[in-house]
Write a protein that binds this ligand. Sequence first.
Ligand code: GLC
Ligand code: CA
Length: 561
Amino acid sequence: MSTQQLERRWWHNAVVYQIYPRSFNDTNGDGIGDIPGIIEKLDYIAGLGANVIWLSPVYQSPMDDNGYDISDYQSIAPEFGTMADMDSLIEQADKRGIKIVMDLVVNHTSDQHPWFIESSSSTDNPKRDWYIWKDPKSDGSEPNNWESFFKPKAWTLDEQTDQYYLHLFSNKQPDLNWANPQVREAIYEMMHFWLKKGLGGFRMDVINMIGKPSDFPDATIFDQGVAGWEHWSNNLLVHQYLREMHDKVLKHYDVLTVGETPFTTTLDGRYYSHPARNEISMIFQFEHVSIDREEHNAVKKPFDLVQYKEIMARWQEDLYQKGWNSLYWSNHDQPRTVSRYGCDSAQYRLVSAKMLGTVLHMMSGTPYVYQGEEIGMTNKCFNSIDEFNDLMAKFHYQKMRERGVSETEAIAFLNDFSRDHARVPIQWNQQANAGFTTGKPWLPVNDNYQEINAEQALSDPNSIYHHYRQLIALRQGIEYGDVVVYGDHKLLDPDDADVYAYIRSYKGKSLLTIANFTANELVRHYDGRLKQVVINNYSSSVSTLDRLTLQPYQAVVVELV
Ligand code: GLC
Ligand code: CA
């Protein structure tokens, strides 16, 4: 199949800006970001060039997992606003050419969802089978040995009915039983409700976990990830459910759908995203955010650029013309990009953040910019476990302590990887609380907001924001759009541990991206003749590829003759 045969879709050259509403912009002084706060900042997002916004959940929720535990899919959490606010957000965004993508969290609900309240009320309730209930083993223990992402075990005993229910996440996030057609119908109906409002699509939370094997076998793989994953991630049933969802819902709308899919290979990626399979537009793979740690066991590993390049190149190549990639450095579950992969010192923050943006945005796929990444926000320093908010940070802390990790080392691990880094408020300006709220922010702002804030970034032509704006403009522009979006991908010098270089080519046009991942000056040679420099994070000129001197964290994209 050639490129021309892959039908072009609007989301191929889209750029998505992800908002974590709680931490974005508070308009009523309660310390919690809200939907009116998003509306207020739409011009800021449009100015960057993003044309899709993915909103983390704003639905009614007891907020055990900050909204990823939904108690009513068809109403808005009061702290975020009203349904009228949501309608107005869709409308106001549309006026600026921006589509709103909502989070679809349907692997599980909150334990406060009326469905679960009914389901847990008795073993013969009509909704009993909407969730996954199992008898204890004869000794009273859990039905199998599966673990949960947020708790030691994936099963919790309901004492009233003496059965266990399954939860791959917290015990307040019971898993829905997708094998029950009534559950699926209820979800499809809810999806129509939102799509009819003119939504641009859905980001589907842990969607590759909805298919559970009917015999619930014990886990046998314990050396990586949450025990049980080999049974419930990418089970073939998920593909059957997604094709049904496509047929009953998605095919009626021209929308972007992105599945969050941990434990996924490029072959799985093709199953999900090949257009002819009628499943979803693209997925978030996890390989590249898993190389510097084993998340479930909270173990840090050294970052290895060679491995990173191998992973990214494999996804670029394996999905080329056989599916579609999503591109991301970060999201609300990951630490801050520049602190993790670049260098957040005063000297190198700016150049290294721009370098990372360049590497990602010149690849094929749909890029996602996580709020604050465009101004180079950094990890915050937390001093004790009480300062963390996220339930996963607390779970990881407990696990580390139990296996004998010292308190200092456990806090150091969380300071590298906690999800809270991404969740501290956006730094808008130099005013109190970085202009995020006039009240007390739900999570304290990072101390560095005097230097790092959106107002500063907007007014400084040399800022990360303006660099991202240029990268996005290249992707969406006439001159380089096709090669950036549809070009093929060739990794150069896979064994170079310091420099990431790759070529994108399409119909005779070729772009070479070269990025120095170190704080050292390096000299490299590349074949080919330079036609012109397309973007560069240093002002010094680049005139040859032969004995090219790269400054610390320099990233340059050149068009080849
Ligand atoms: C996804 C979300 C994460 C959430 C979890 C459970 O991984 O991105 O924030 O905690 O699913 O819904
Ligand atoms: Ca508020």
